[in-house]
Every structure is written in C-alpha cells, then in structure tokens.
Write a protein of this length. Sequence first.
Lengths: 361, 104
Amino acid sequence: MNATTTKRDYSLLGRDAQAAVESGLAAAEWYHTDIPRKQMKELMRREDGPAIRDTILWLASMVALGGFGILFWGSWWCVPFFLIYGVLYGSASDSRWHECGHGTAFKTRWMNDAVYEIACFMIMRNPVTWRWSHTRHHTDTVIVGRDPEIAVMRPPDLIRILLNFFGILDSSYAMIDMVRNAAGVISAEEKTFIPGQEQPRAIRIARIWLAIYIATSALAITMGSILPLMLIGLPRLYGAWHHVMTGLLQHGGLADNVIDHRLNSRSVYMNPVSRFIYWNMNYHVEHHMFPMVPYHALPQLHEMIKHDLPAPNTSIIDGYREMIPAFLRQLRNEDYFLKRELPPTAKPYRDEFQAEPIAAE
Amino acid sequence: MTNWVEVCAADEIDEEDVIRFDHEGRTFAVYRSPDDQFFATDGLCTHEKIHLADGLVMDDIIECPKHNGRFSYKTGEAKGAPVCVNLKTYAVKVEAGSVFISLA
C-alpha cells in the first residue's frame, strides 16, 4: 500500500466536492483541439436522416425479435431472439438516451425528445434526473466529488462491475430511485444538480413508469408467465452487458481530476455492430471535447483531430487488456492511473491540474 | 441615450452564424440570421458561462457548445433544460456596411 495514497470522497456533498470548487477544478476551462470555425460548423450540422434510419432499424428489429421471442416462447428457440432483443433494449437504449439527451441525434427537436423518453424508460434513467447529471458529467468529467456519473470509482469495486454486466445493481438502484421519486422525494444529492423547477417533472415521470411496471407485473401474474417482463423490464438486466462493456472503456483506469479529456477519456476502434449499438460513442475523447458534434459525424471528427489525441485502442479487447490490469493496480494503490501518451504532432498537456506523473505508468 | 458600438463589417458574419464581440470587459454574441438580419445577446450561456459564439446557429436558435442548451437569439428566451434563464438581448443596426449594437 502506498503510504501517500489519497482516499477519494465521491459524494457530491463531501470533502472532495468542496475541494474541487475551491481549487478551480469545478467548471474549469477544458482543453480543446483547434478546429477552424467553418469546419466545426460542418461537423455540428444537424440531420434527421441518419438517426431516422437507425431508429427505424432499432425499433423495427426489436418488434421483429420480440415477436419471434413470443412466437417461440416455451422452447429454446426463443433464446437467441431474446438475447438480441435484450441488447437492443438494455444496451442500445443507453446510447440513444445519451445522444438524444444532447439533442444532436436528430435535427428535429421532437424526434430527439421522443426517442430520449423511450430510451430513458428502457435504460431506467429518469429523463429529468439524468439530463442534469449528464450535464454535470460534461462540465466536470471525472472530477471527484463533482461528476455523478463516474462508473468506476477508486479503488474499483470489481464485484459491482461484474454484477452490472447483468444490470443487477444499476437496475436495483434505479427501481429504488423510481419508487422514491414517485413518492415525491428528491434526494439531497439530486437537488445539487436538478433545478427546483424541473423536480416536479422528475416525480411525475417516476409515477408514470411505476404504473407501467406495476401493470406489466400484474399482467405477468395474471398470465402465470414472465413473458411480459421478458419484453418490458428484464431486458435491462439480460441485455445490459454490451453497454457496460463499452461504457467502462470510456474513462476506466484513466486519470481523474484533470481538465483535458485526452487524459481521462478513451477512444476505441470498434466493430460496426458495436458502433451501431453504441452510436459511435467509441470516439469518446472526441465526444467530450466537442459534444455538439452528432454521433454520425464523430468518425469524421476523429480523422480531423487524431493528430492531437492519444492513439485510440485498436479494439474492445485491446482496451480491456490495458484497463483490467489498471483496475487491479488501483485495488492496491488508488492513485494509480494509465497516462495517455500523446503523438509528437499533438499539443502537450498543460501543467495545471494535470495528474501527478509519479502515479502513472 | 443610446450608445451604439461598432462590432464589425456586416460581411464578417456568415449567414446563420455568430461571432464573439468583446467590449470594455464584457462579452457579446452577434448573430446573422438565415434571412440576413442581425441580432445580439450576452455572449455567455446563462447556464455555465460558456461562450455562445462557439455554438451552433440553427434558424433562430443558438445552441450552447458545452451542454447544448438552446436560446432564441432573437428574443433571448431559454428553450428548455439545461438552460432556464433567458439571455439578455441588445438592439442592433447596420449602417454603411457595419454592424452596431446598442449598449445603452
């Protein structure tokens, strides 16, 4: 054990939250690669076409797969249909929630909002709460005590991570939060990032969702079958693995308390199926640096700025090969992190607030 | 009394775009709409003080580059989460090919 290891306080109301504000880490000015305005405008330009195509493919596939699942229910033939249905429900909803929350997936606002609400229900994230928590995540990415969306805190809780591949803890907490919100209670932590005027809507949505889950459960009891829950609710568990697999790579094992996304975020080259499910969020450094760029333009953005970024991991497996050993080392020394090396063409990291090199390798 | 301050030549702002204008310690965003009208607002997002001039102009909307908060740059109205506080707007005129904003 390193004698100087820093015990982190991830509470949004705790010691590190206060320290981040006092030191200027909170709401700091982050590094951006320079892109000429004209090119940036082109990248930011909104379109409906790609997201309409992808949404039709996503939802139509779910209808077809769910239909076959129902058709073959009672035999082993239903298993492959539900396995894929589950990933589209419990993992693709994560990226749809995310991208539509930014308002960048579609040009047309109501389309963003509609897909956002549907995806939030599937991924069990209150659309009000999570819109605001994600806002904070972008303001204070992996700043301890400020970012409410740090997936792997230090030292890593490996059991929690494994359980979340099946959505077990996340969905349990989501259910507790839903019931609490439905009872009209907004927690003290939620109040730190949800404005007062938005809180009644969080409560109203929690009540609607609770009614849907009660109705689905009642139908399952009436039918004497879990089939209704296989279609609504349970896919958040049995289909969660893909979004956890890709999500852990976003920041796992990298620096915290820095103000350069090149240090705390990871871009990974992925296969086309995972990129469809994940809506190109594998270009995660690029996304954090320029959240205005829609998912369908991220590959183009990557090509434009890769000279200024650490080399992406070459595959999901490659990402895990560096991340898992980092998690194991963080069990012994929570100050340890992977330092991203920049190519010679990149602008160097600024000194201020950058991670201590002594802890990195 | 109106204090008109020159911003730039009109053709320095593209149609459906925005530029940043700093004056006496204050920062503003000056817009040119798709129908070739000019508008001005405070330059920082009311949510987290990000420069709106780095954002995206779409029709009569300016979208903040950090959290995608949207305002009408014509009226300053905040269009929904995560922005809740309206932007202050300023009168604009174009004379002899230059854009002026009123800081009275």
